[in-house]
Design a protein around this ligand. Structure first.
Ligand SMILES: [Zn+2]
Length: 249
């Protein structure tokens, strides 16, 4: 795990335990409360974060239901854990199957611990300038966070380089979310597996989704991108079901 302190309130914890994917967990410290964005993969993986928090009130945010963003939730059993309404519902049903399939990645334990505060459209923590909003895309339950003080936008897995995973067949909703991101005019954009994204990356992703929807034949440089793209094509054209935490490679 690597820790980067971006400014006095923003910490980025980057984990390299899963082959091919570095995964980010973000800690935002505000006056009365701290926010933890995603919980990676087990209680032990969250120790560096709980050590950093002290005794402030904790608000955990799950950007979406995938196992590599929620398995550390039980390290924050007594905290508020926020997600979209759909995320809690999916996790109620899929936690155990996701755990069975991905147990080898768990650090410490990954006891079932689902979000206890849900919303449909948005939540605003006015005093802290933290806005949490519904942003369907990568999955149907994806949410994003905008810190109005530092002007940082956290997008979960809705953006990823070199290519996004489309696990929801509603491409129009995905493109609307990406267009909304541009309106925030953020100073920095961070994703679950990629840091320092730009408006150009958002535009590239919109172009990719448009091509995917049209069924264009696309060429890629790497085997990894070809594989992800072919999974995306299957998702869009067979209207596949949510894959309940299937490892993304
Ligand atoms: Zn994901």
């Amino acid at each position: 795990m690597k820790l980067k302190k971006l400014n006095k309130s923003t910490y980025i914890f980057t984990y390299d335990n899963i082959k091919e994917y570095s995964t980010n967990v973000f800690l935002i410290k505000k006056k009365n409360r701290v926010y933890v964005i995603d919980t990676f993969c087990g209680t032990k993986s969250m120790e560096p974060i709980t050590n950093e928090i002290g005794d402030k009130e904790i608000c955990v945010i799950n950007t979406h239901f995938h196992w590599d963003h929620i398995f550390g939730n039980s390290a924050f059993k007594d905290a508020i854990i926020i997600s979209h309404k759909k995320c809690r519902k999916i996790l109620e049903e899929s936690w155990d199957s996701q755990l069975k399939e991905n147990e080898r990645y768990v650090l410490g334990s990954a006891e079932k611990c689902i979000p206890n505060l849900t919303f449909k459209s948005e939540i605003m923590f006015e005093e802290d300038g933290i806005e949490i909003f519904y942003s369907p895309g990568h999955t149907e339950d994806s949410i994003s966070i905008f810190d109005h003080e530092s002007r940082i936008l956290y997008v979960g897995d809705n953006l990823e380089k070199p290519i996004v995973y489309v696990e929801n067949s509603d491409i129009d909703a995905y493109m609307s979310t990406l267009k909304k991101y541009i309106e925030y005019d953020a100073d920095k954009i961070f994703a679950g597996h990629t840091l320092n994204l730009t408006t150009e990356d958002i535009l590239d992703t919109i172009n990719y989704l448009e091509a995917l929807k049209r069924g264009d034949k696309l060429e890629f440089d790497t085997e990894h991108e070809r594989k992800v793209h072919s999974d995306n094509v299957n998702m869009v054209f067979t209207k596949g079901e949510i894959t309940n935490g299937k490892l993304k490679d």
